[in-house]
Design a protein around this ligand. Structure first.
Ligand code: CP
Length: 317
C-alpha cells in the first residue's frame, strides 16, 4: 500500500474521506489485528518517531490504545494530561501545541472539549495531527474501529441498516459514524428522544425515529450511546428510569431487530441507563469487546499511514 491511498497530512474527521480511503485504512488495520494477536506484537516501523497524546478530557480507550499502537510500532510515546500540564497555569491551547511542536514530534493526538479545537491546532504545527475527539464534532478513529468491527462480523458495510441510539445531540461518535456509514453505502437511522436528536440531523442523510421499537425494526447493527451529562446545560430527560424504559436497550427492544443483529457501544457504558447488562454481556450479540480490540489495530493503521508523509531526518523534503 502506498501513501497515495491516503493523501492526508492529518486525520481530523471522517467528513470528506472517500470510500477508497476508508477501505485502505481498514485493510491496513486488518494486518495489525493479526500482529496484535501474535506473540511478537512489536514492529520497528516507527522507530525514531515521537507520538504525543495530548488529552484535555478524560479517556480510557482512546488514550491507552494510541499509546499501545505507537509502542507496538516502535515509536516513542508520551502521554500528556492537560490537568497535569502548564495549561493549569494559564497556557493557551495554541501555546501548548507550539511548545510541543518545538520538540520535533511526528504525531500529535489531541482530545479537546471544544468542537474545532483540534483543527485550529493542526494549522499551527508541523507534525501530523489526529483528532482523538473534539467536543460534539467528530471522533474519527472511533468510527473507523466501529467500521472494522462491523466489517469483520458482517463481511461488508454496504447494504446494512445501522441504528444509532441515544444522546445523538452531544455525540461526536454519532457524527463520525454517520459520515462513515453513509460513505460506505450503509443506511443509517438515528433513534432518541426529541430533546437529544438535533432537529436538522436528517440533512446528514439519516432517518429519524423517536420510538425505539419502530426504529430498531429489522436493523442489522445497533449502536448505543451514553448520555453525555458533561456537555449538557440543563435537563434533557425527565429521569434515568423513564429514559431506560423508553430508550434503554434491553432484551425486549432487541427482539425488534434482525435475529442476527449485533450490539455495539463506544464506551464508557452506563449500565441500566442506555443499556441493560443482559444484552451488553451477551457474547453472541455484543461486539463491545471486539470494538476495543479493533481500536488498537485502527490506531496503528492511522499512525502508519500518517507518518508515511513525514520525511525522516536526512531525507529530502
Ligand atoms: N470511546 C471512547 O472514546 O472512549 P474513551 O473516552 O475511554 O477514550
Amino acid at each position: 500500500m502506498t501513501q497515495d491511498c491516503f493523501p492526508h497530512r492529518h486525520l481530523l474527521g471522517i467528513q470528506g474521506l472517500g470510500p477508497e480511503e476508508i477501505t485502505a485504512l481498514l485493510d491496513l488495520a486488518e494486518g495489525y489485528v493479526l500482529q496484535n494477536r501474535s506473540l511478537d506484537k512489536r514492529k520497528n516501523l516507527l522507530r525514531g518517531r515521537t507520538v504525543i497524546n495530548l488529552f484535555f478530557e478524560n479517556s480510557t480507550r482512546t488514550r491507552t490504545s494510541f499509546e499501545l499502537a505507537g509502542k507496538r510500532l516502535g515509536a516513542d510515546v508520551i502521554n500528556m494530561q492537560a490537568a497535569a500540564s502548564s495549561v493549569q497555569k494559564g497556557e493557551t491551547l495554541i501555546d501548548t501545541a507550539m511548545t510541543l511542536n518545538a520538540m520535533h514530534l511526528d504525531v500529535l493526538v489531541v482530545r479537546h472539549p471544544d468542537s474545532g479545537a483540534v483543527k485550529l491546532l493542526s494549522e499551527k504545527v508541523n507534525c501530523a495531527v489526529i483528532n482523538g475527539g473534539d467536543g460534539s464534532h467528530e471522533h474519527p478513529t472511533q468510527a473507523l474501529l466501529d467500521a472494522l468491527t462491523i466489517r469483520r462480523r458482517k463481511g461488508a458495510l454496504s447494504g446494512l441498516t445501522v441504528a444509532i441510539c441515544g444522546d445523538v445531540l452531544h455525540s461526536r461518535v454519532a457524527r463520525s459514524n454517520i459520515y462513515l456509514l453513509n460513505a460506505m453505502g450503509a443506511r443509517v437511522r438515528v433513534i432518541g428522544p426529541r430533546t437529544l436528536v438535533p432537529t436538522a440531523i436528517d440533512r446528514l442523510g439519516v432517518e429519524v425515529f423517536h420510538d425505539m421499537r419502530k426504529g430498531l425494526a429489522e436493523v442489522d447493527v445497533i449502536m448505543m450511546l451514553r448520555i453525555q451529562n458533561e456537555r449538557m446545560r440543563g435537563n434533557f430527560i425527565p429521569s434515568i428510569r423513564e429514559y431506560f424504559h423508553f430508550f434503554g436497550l434491553d432484551r425486549e427492544k432487541l427482539a425488534m431487530a434482525k435475529p442476527d443483529a449485533v450490539i455495539m457501544h463506544p464506551g464508557p457504558m452506563n449500565r441500566g441507563v442506555e443499556i441493560d447488562s443482559d444484552v451488553a454481556d451477551d457474547v453472541e450479540r455484543s461486539l463491545i469487546r471486539e470494538q476495543v480490540e479493533m481500536g488498537v489495530a485502527v490506531r496503528m493503521a492511522c499512525l502508519d499511514l500518517l507518518t508515511r508523509h513525514i520525511p525522516r531526518s536526512g531525507e529530502a523534503v
